[in-house]
Write a protein that binds this ligand. Sequence first.
Ligand code: LLP
Length: 451
Amino acid sequence: MSLPASDLSKQPDMRTTMELGAVLPRTAEVRDGHLFIGGVDMVELAREQGTALYVFDEADVRARMSEYREAFAARYSQSDIIFASKAFINKAMVRIVDEEGLCLDVSGGGELARALATGFPAERVFVHGNNKTPAELEEAMRAGVGRIVVDSRIELARVSEIAGRLGITQDIYMRITPGVEADTHEYIKTGCEDSKFGFTMLNDFAYTCVGTALETPHVRLVGLHCHIGSQIFALHSFREAADVMIDFMARVRDGYGHTITELDLGGGLGIAYAADDQPPSIEEFAEVTCTAVREACARHDLPLPRLLVEPGRSLVANAGVTLYTVGILKTLPGIRKYVAVDGGMSDNIRTALYHADYEPTIANKADQPRTEIVTLCGKHCESGDAVVIDMPLQQADLGDIVCVFGTGAYCYTMASNYNGQPRPGVVFVRDGQARVTTRRETYEDLYAKDL
Ligand code: LLP
């Protein structure tokens, strides 16, 4: 795979780093030409810790978590915010989620194990996945997780069998595919009809399965769930999903005489990857979803369910950045200018996978305008290995520290060891202090599992 041809007419961007808007972590500032986050000099941090390096603005993450909590609490009687840990997880983040009073979405046994090893309360864990193995289900139930989001009829039977064997009654949600087409990348759409996730509403399948669930022993159907996709800017998609779900809850009440008391509308709120992106705010998202749920319940004379949302990206993406060192410069006249960094598709697969946009800056030249259009390529053996394609950057020199914004979600968790690249470490910065929360992998880590 090679890169799309460079757009040679693209103009440089005379904005300085601090003018890049919503892509910046909230505590970003420039002092004497250096980029600071959390009061820490990114140039010094890169030299101390080495690159590539993931850095999180801890105050920013905490602020977004409390914004979500308060935005829903201010508009709705009973709500919970569940952090989708697939976006980013390490023990430090799990502790923050706990301290900020959020719940945790895990989508497999590994995420669950890490949460439990950190001491996260199992009753605030929500277990997701379209093919949870029997072993994963049993681990979750033995740990006493709060809710299992059941994805299929086969899984319903499995959960019932395991719960019976353990002598418990497991609270479950059913994941419904609401048939709402969200306006986002094909690969991260999930709510439309052709989806491997959830119970389809086609041919009344989901409705019939609710009846089955209500008669299934050892499970208690307390809620419904949907997730229509990710990186969504169009708030009306969330309103449509809420409408469909509440219409469905009303049918369940009328048909089965059963009131569903919890509704989880999933995650998906989009964020700014490019400086000109204007995603809706957390407040706007809360306003649309809470209003939609309230109005739809009023229409059907349904009691308000407990309302839950499951954001991942919008809590952590813009709080995180990746630091790299410039190692090679290569100009192909009339084609493109390459700036090669000491990472790439192993620490950020999103550019190769989705052609994602990212804004870069040079952390040691952060007060200078970005006068060149470059491709930040990685060090991997693939032509498509790029972190940033055709974006403005300051004139780069060897040894410069490049900071790529907006990499806090789905980069570390999708990282690989391709070409034997050890995964970068993760540093949290706050109030002038930097703490390593996950150490950089070593070469020994790469072969420690080999027998
Ligand atoms: N809940 C469920 C059931 C999900 O599947 C997801 C994301 C979320 C919540 C969180 O969605 P968010 O708020 O982060 O949009 N690797 C892709 C994203 C895949 C999202 C998968 N599910 C990317 O890098 O863009």
